[in-house]
Ligand binder design. Structure first.
Ligand code: NAD
Length: 468
């Protein structure tokens, strides 16, 4: 089922309550508990992504100037891979698991029985507008939930395509795609859901969590932040530069786990800057604006915001921009003031500050003085250095000697920590996060014992203190 965006009317918002009631009745009548039903819906998601691959890539190109291969790798292809992994494994995850029981509860048996939470709400951002709809949806389906999806209004071509076509592949009794912006999100958040999966900015994450608290609804918050890169003195600079440059300018830097800034000592700093510039030269040629492989900033507001971050800074690489085409060149600023917006706000664009530190421990201190990031990257050829950075910092996830790739394995739980988010998904972790992992203990009728019942005689107390 699809409800219209709030372009000219908000009538569709009036019916939200009845839409959610309808979806909830599909959960309550047992439809979504069937593993065969879930498999059919997962097949539907896979078929939708496969049938509409070209159209989805074209829509993302229209919304974001996203190059074809990035649309495939980061959105459509990765969603299909995740959906296939979940389809293959979810029956195993859905099986009740035996649990040990203590002597006081014996004789008996115990099991963890995953069950659906109910109706889940997915609110998605615009930057990976296919992946960040489909991967949460896959987790919610595998766990047996009905789902309301709200794609981002800032990627309208992609949102429209999803709203038009995806419902044709799903059981309409259990799914609704509701397009719209803040007003729609706000109206949705007033409703009672059984789970909310939000991907977006930290500020809106707070709004979502406040609304969820009203109904005590569990949340996954996939938020943003400033993900640091530590380039140790013993790093392979050539490799580090290529991989940082790639992670920073994929989707023109509009990636939640993009390297936000780099910490490096004076020894390597200037060479790293040169190699980063060389890497971008290799990727995009002398004029990145002319390259079909370099994306654009999503809208005028974000373009202005990014230029604002640069307003008091002197780039050593890049800095060129064009408001008409929402272009900003891959840009490096060395040692900006630490209290400037460039170093206090998530950048979310192709601007890379490089900060000079004394050594790796100085870098660790720098990271620990700031909010816990969504991702952390460390480049080093020495395992002790890597372990020191990983073992003395906290981040949602981390990747050693590369960037972004820890998002890709279905077996790695993905998520933030502290202000960068809470909850995990991908593969089994997503299944469990969207399930109620119900603990059930069964007792036989025989074997009744009054040992734990009052009156608490001395004999019972002594015995219980021995065996429990
Ligand atoms: P956003 O928070 O502005 O919007 C996300 C969603 O929330 C959209 O669907 C939007 O309609 C809705 N929304 C916006 N304002 C709202 C409000 N006041 N009340 C209720 N709903 C509202 O984020 P964005 O600009 O779409 O995406 C960029 C942000 O998302 C960045 O901070 C980025 O780091 C983060 N992000 C995180 C992840 C992750 O996996 N952790 C992935 C992608 C993006």
């Amino acid at each position: 089922m699809t409800l219209a965006p709030e372009s000219s009317t908000t009538d569709h918002l009036a019916d939200l309550g009845s839409t959610i009631d309808r979806l909830r009745s599909t959960v309550l009548d047992g439809t979504t508990r069937s593993l065969d039903w879930r498999e059919t819906q997962l097949d539907g998601v896979i078929a939708f992504a496969k049938d509409h691959t070209d159209a989805l890539i074209a829509a993302m190109n229209e919304d974001l100037g996203r190059p074809e291969i990035e649309g495939w790798l980061a959105d459509v292809g990765s969603s299909i891979t995740e959906a296939q992994h979940v389809r293959k494994n979810f029956r195993k995850w859905a099986k009740p698991r035996r649990a040990k029981i203590p002597i006081v509860a014996q004789p008996g048996s115990a099991k963890v029985i995953p069950e659906p939470l109910g109706v889940a709400l997915i609110i998605a951002p615009w930057n990976y507008p296919v992946n960040l709809v489909l991967e949460p949806l896959v987790a919610a389906i595998a766990a047996g939930n009905a789902v309301v999806v709200k794609p981002s209004e800032l990627a309208p071509a992609t949102s429209g395509l999803i709203a038009r076509e995806l419902p044709k592949y799903l059981d309409e009794r259990a799914f609704a795609i509701i397009e719209g912006g803040i007003e729609t999100s706000t109206a949705l958040l007033e409703q009672r859901f059984d789970h909310i999966f939000f991907t977006g900015s930290t500020n809106v994450g707070r709004i979502v969590m406040r609304a969820a608290a009203e109904h005590l609804t569990p949340v996954i918050l996939e938020l943003g932040g400033k993900s640091p890169v530590v380039v140790a003195d013993d790093a392979d600079l050539e490799v580090a530069a290529n991989r940082i440059a790639w992670g920073k300018t994929l989707n023109a830097g509009q990636t939640c786990i993009a390297p936000d800034y780099v910490l490096v000592t004076e020894k390597n700093r200037d060479a790293l800057v040169d190699k980063l510039a060389d890497a971008w030269g290799e990727f995009y040629g002398a004029d990145p604006e002319a390259s079909p492989d370099f994306g654009r900033i999503i809208n005028e507001r974000h373009h202005k915001r990014l230029l604002g971050l640069l307003s008091d800074q002197t780039p050593v690489v890049g800095g060129e921009h064009d408001s008409a085409t929402k272009y900003i060149a891959p840009t490096i600023v060395v040692d900006p003031p630490l209290d400037s917006a460039l170093m206090t706000e998530e950048i979310f664009g192709p601007i890379l500050p490089i900060i000079t530190v004394e050594d790796t421990f100085d870098a660790i201190g720098f990271i620990n003085e700031r909010p816990k990031p969504l991702a952390l990257y460390v480049f080093s050829t020495n395992n002790d250095t890597v372990e020191a950075v990983l073992g003395r910092t906290s981040s949602g996830g981390a990747c050693v000697n590369h960037t972004l790739l820890h998002f890709t394995p279905s077996d790695l739980p993905f998520g933030g920590v502290g202000p960068s988010g809470m909850g995990r998904y991908h593969g089994k972790s997503g299944f469990e996060a969207l399930s109620n992992m119900k603990g059930v203990l069964r007792k036989p009728i025989f074997g009744e014992s009054n040992i734990a019942y009052p009156p608490y005689t001395e004999r019972k107390v002594n015995l219980l203190r021995k065996v429990t």
